[in-house]
Design a binder for this molecule. Structure first.
Ligand SMILES: Nc1ncnc2c1ncn2[C@@H]1O[C@H](COP(=O)(O)OP(=O)(O)O)[C@@H](O)[C@H]1O
Ligand SMILES: [Mg+2]
Length: 383
């Protein structure tokens, strides 16, 4: 039950909160045939948002998750499977199989198209030209959708993984070629390496440049959580949560979607045992226990970073908000201005920090921030 209230995976149903503007924007993009890129650090709620919106609409759709796509062949496989998945949603295969076979007859390549059980099988003659195979399969999908006057959404998650593939540019080129003229397929791209994605979609020399409307997901707001946590509290203890407790939860987690639910899950688990509504002290204690749980991993993670980067993260965790490359910070960090700028660039590229609207930097992971604010001083003595 508690895991349903506070899912650590996809937020769905009642546990999906806020995001009204983003939902509207994504829906209107889909209706208007505008492709969208959703961008944010990991665990801000990209996948949940897209799944939520797709669930509200009646379009055929498929999710292609490129997480750990190892090479171009597995990418091709995922695309073909996705395309077959959409076709399976259209209607019974007899209705479009002949048309599909005809379409492939005109193609330069030989495809075998058949039905196995109730499932469409789409197999290219060879895998020498993966981008071309992906393009043709997409064109075949477009052909069928056009005939049926239908539209479909293809959601490609963890899209940055394409960048690891040798022929990434050619695959991006194939997607571009198709997507810019397609009238029946709408793409939603999403992923968590912001720096890579920005490069893929914002660099003029890249195939996907200016293809998409971009939605940048920020954190949810305290008001997004208020009613929901109150409802769950009433269900659990027949009482509302004291304001101070609510505020502590959101202050400690800094409204980071994943940590809000993780902290709440632990808090509820503990308080359900004692049958008492949690106090501010409970919130702090549970957060401390999460810190202890993650301390070893975090230390190991930090060991892989350059000392300068750790010092900068520590300084940020102490609440330092002045210009980081300025004189005062230089002497605190014992680093030159240019070394600081360089370290900030790497930390930003690796999604450790992000720029706030005020132009200062913040640590993305609130747990890392808490750990460094408690233990970070050590790093200053050690280096
Ligand atoms: N709209 C939302 N409301 C509340 N919690 C959310 C929302 N979106 C995501 N979460 C929570 O945030 C965490 C990460 O969600 P996920 O969609 O996997 O993020 P991402 O795809 O950005 O990594 C999960 O614990 C999920 O339950
Ligand atoms: Mg995701």
């Amino acid at each position: 039950m508690i895991e349903q209230y506070f899912p650590l995976g996809i937020a769905e149903g009642e546990s999906f909160l806020g995001r009204e503007k983003e939902i509207q924007r994504l829906i209107s993009n889909i209706h208007a045939g505008v492709h969208t890129l959703i961008i944010s650090p990991r665990r801000y709620g990209k996948t949940s948002l897209v799944k939520h919106v797709i669930g509200l609409l009646k379009f055929s759709h498929v999710e292609i998750d490129l997480f750990i796509a190892q090479n171009e062949f597995s990418i091709e496989q995922k695309f073909l499977k996705g395309i077959q998945g959409i076709m399976a949603q259209i209607e019974s295969p007899e209705k479009w199989l002949q048309s599909l076979i005809k379409f492939f007859k005109k193609s330069k390549k030989t495809w075998s198209v058949g039905i196995k059980g109730l499932k469409l099988e789409l197999i290219p003659e060879n895998h020498q030209d993966v981008p071309e195979n992906i393009l043709e399969a997409l064109q075949a999908l477009e052909h069928i959708l056009a005939e049926k006057k239908l539209r479909a959404v293809i959601f490609i998650d963890e899209f940055q993984e394409i960048a690891n593939i040798k022929i990434s540019r050619a695959i991006e080129g194939a997607i571009r070629h198709f997507a810019q003229s397609s009238k029946h397929v709408i793409f939603i791209f999403s992923g968590s390496r912001q720096h890579l994605l920005k490069y893929m979609f914002e660099d003029k020399s890249r195939p996907l440049y200016a293809l998409c409307d971009q939605i940048k997901l920020a954190r949810l707001l305290p008001e997004d959580y208020f009613e929901y946590l109150q409802t769950v509290s009433k269900k659990t203890w027949k009482k509302t949560l004291p304001d101070t407790v609510f505020e502590e939860i959101l202050e400690i987690t800094e409204c980071h979607a994943r940590y809000v639910y993780y902290l709440c899950m632990k808090l509820w688990e503990q308080a359900a045992l004692s049958k008492n509504i949690p106090t501010v002290e409970d919130v702090i204690n549970v957060w401390q226990s999460i810190i202890q749980e993650r301390l070893k991993d975090t230390r190991e993670l930090l060991l892989k970073r350059a000392p300068g980067q750790i010092k900068i993260l520590s300084l940020l965790s102490f609440g330092y908000t002045q210009v980081l490359s300025g004189r005062v910070a230089q002497s605190k960090l014992e680093m030159s201005g240019s070394a600081i700028v360089q370290a900030l660039k790497i930390l930003e590229e690796d999604d450790y920090i992000e720029k706030t609207e005020e132009g200062t930097y913040q640590i993305i992971d609130p747990l890392l921030k808490s750990i460094l604010s408690q233990y970070g001083a050590d790093y200053f003595n050690n280096y």
